[in-house]
Design a protein around this ligand. Sequence first.
Ligand SMILES: [Cu+2]
Length: 132
Amino acid sequence: MSAVRLFVLPAVCITFTTFALTACSGSSPDATCSPNGTELHIAVLESQSHQFTTDCLAAPSGVPFTIRFDNQDISPHGNHNIHIFDGDGSSFVGDIAPHGTSITYEVPAFEAGTYEFQCDAHPAMNGAFIAK
Ligand SMILES: [Cu+2]
């Protein structure tokens, strides 16, 4: 019996650690996630007004990519966009997606690095964009 318990407990801890990394939890400067293709997806859900569904987006560096943004916010003030900043002042500014609409951004290649993204209308909606 006790041998079984000793075996199960580490498995639970490993599962929890994996989930925490996948969820990209934490504030934007500390957020970590890894590229998974060049078709990124982010949303604002009806139940999460003025809040992105993730604080971390990642794409391979050096190649263009797309971000499909589903704005399901039902608030009349829920018009959002995605703006990626880089240190040189050049950046990507996505068009506003009015509440209840979706938009696909065609984003040019970024050099490897960690950048920030935000909604221009609501700067508290933000996160880390990672190219690597
Ligand atoms: Cu917004």
